[in-house]
Ligand binder design. Structure first.
Ligand code: DOR
Length: 429
């Protein structure tokens, strides 16, 4: 078959391993893998890795309601530039994504985006933690993951009911683990640094108590459970133990939690404010080790754009969150592979691509690079060294906590359903 695009001369890396070869694409499929393939258009992948496109389990696209910070268009462009071919939007928008009509609106806006936009739905109406949202109605539209992200479901009995409901529907519950009675009024991790800065700190236990409860409730109900942006050593240990006991549990970690510690908050710059907060060096090491062992399955960005005027507020008043989509790959290669914790490039791509795709049931992504597979691919130069700047890239916001960091790994091309949406590191739409 005549190919539209040939990705030439790269090293293919997918779940089945690593090999040299060209990849030929016609329409939205891979039609050839091998040597000397030809097509109408060629993408030079010399020195690059060609992998399944990345899948972000945790993206705040801010639409509807906070379009001054991000839109589905700008957020998905940032995703494509970061090598992502699919993202899972978080439901803490205005209005909340807690009904079929808002799900429809987001999916409709997502159709024009340069990556596949999936959405999560809220577990409770308005994320208020009081009444279950109509999950069945949203599941009918293809929603596979439910979360109240931005906050956790506080009420134990309601969470139990949510798990029973979700198990019956065959959907996944994902939890932002934070017990508000311990976290209310806090703005950073509780420890030596918060004491020094005089800022109210949130103990690790605010996260860990909810991880502990949800493991218990998952055992009680048999529901699958996914833990979002895990940040403490204690949480990693509980998740490891639950997995060793055979429980149906998955977890993700965010780039900032394996890159930065609470020491970054020392300048009172709210760019470094995030929930859960940047933790201690020991927690950072535990998150890295959890990713290396695979007990933390996925790297998820928690890309959380906030408009500059909001992030310029004093540390205790500013909203939490930081950008991630255009930095995750490079931060992972630099801080996970190069830090000597035993993580390979292949482990990193597993955590960015096929593992999250599988967790969220995003079937057309993360697939092996083989004839017949959907052509959703990332091409990147793993040795390209660059310095992260303050521009914020394609995002509407600029809350980048990594400014000045030297990293390696840059996406040169992203292919979505056979279309080169990023070429030579530039967005094509
Ligand atoms: O830092 C955060 N920002 N954590 C969250 O859970 C929510 C997110 C946001 O929406 O800004």
């Amino acid at each position: 078959m005549k190919a539209d695009i040939v990705i030439r001369g790269g090293t293919i890396l997918d779940e089945s391993g690593e090999r040299r070869g060209d990849v030929a694409i016609a329409g939205d499929r891979i039609v050839g893998v091998g040597d000397g393939l030809t097509g109408d258009r060629e993408i030079d992948a010399g020195g690059c890795l060609v992998t399944p496109g990345f899948v972000d389990l945790h993206t705040h696209l801010r639409q509807p309601g906070k379009e001054e910070a991000e839109t589905i268009e700008t957020g998905s462009r940032a995703a494509a530039l970061g090598g992502y071919t699919a993202v899972l939007a978080m439901p803490n928008t205005t209005p909340t994504i807690d009904s079929a009509s808002v799900v429809r609106e987001v999916l409709e806006l997502g159709r024009a985006a340069p990556c596949d936009v999936h959405t999560s739905g809220a577990i409770t109406v308005g994320r208020a933690g009081e009444q279950l949202a109509p999950m069945a109605e949203m599941a009918k539209l293809g929603v596979r993951v439910f979360t109240d992200d931005g906050s956790g479901v506080q009420d134990d009995r309601l969470m139990r009911r949510a798990m029973e409901y979700a198990a019956g529907l065959g959907v996944l519950l994902a939890q932002h683990c934070e017990v508000t009675s311990l976290s209310e009024g806090t703005c950073m991790h509780e420890g030596e640094v918060s004491a020094r800065l005089g800022l109210p700190g949130q103990p690790s236990e605010a996260e860990e108590l909810m991880v502990m409860r949800d493991i218990a409730l998952s055992r009680l109900t048999g529901a699958r459970m996914h833990f979002q942006h895990i940040s403490t050593a204690g949480s990693v240990a509980m998740i490891s133990a639950a997995k060793a006991a055979g429980m149906a549990i998955t977890a993700e970690a965010a780039p900032h939690h394996f890159t930065l510690t609470d020491e970054s908050c020392a300048g009172y710059d709210a760019t470094f404010k995030v929930h859960p907060p940047l933790r201690s060096a020991g927690d950072l090491a535990a998150v890295r080790a959890g990713l290396a062992s695979g007990d933390l399955d996925a790297i998820a960005t928690d890309h959380a754009p906030h408009a500059p005027q909001d992030k310029e507020l004093p540390f205790d008043k500013a909203p939490p969150g930081m950008l991630g989509l255009e930095y995750a790959l490079a931060l992972a290669l630099t801080n996970l592979v190069d830090s000597g914790i035993g993580m390979t490039v292949s482990d990193v791509i597993a955590a960015l691509s096929w593992k999250p795709a599988r967790i969220a049931g995003i079937d057309d992504h993360g697939r092996p690079i083989a004839v017949g597979s959907p052509a959703n691919l990332a091409v990147f130069d793993p040795e390209h060294r660059w310095c992260i700047d303050a521009s914020g890239g394609a995002s509407r916001s600029r809350n980048v906590p990594y400014v000045g960091m030297e990293v390696r790994g840059r996406v040169t091309a992203t292919i979505l359903a056979g279309e080169a949406v990023v070429l030579d590191g530039k967005a094509q739409r």
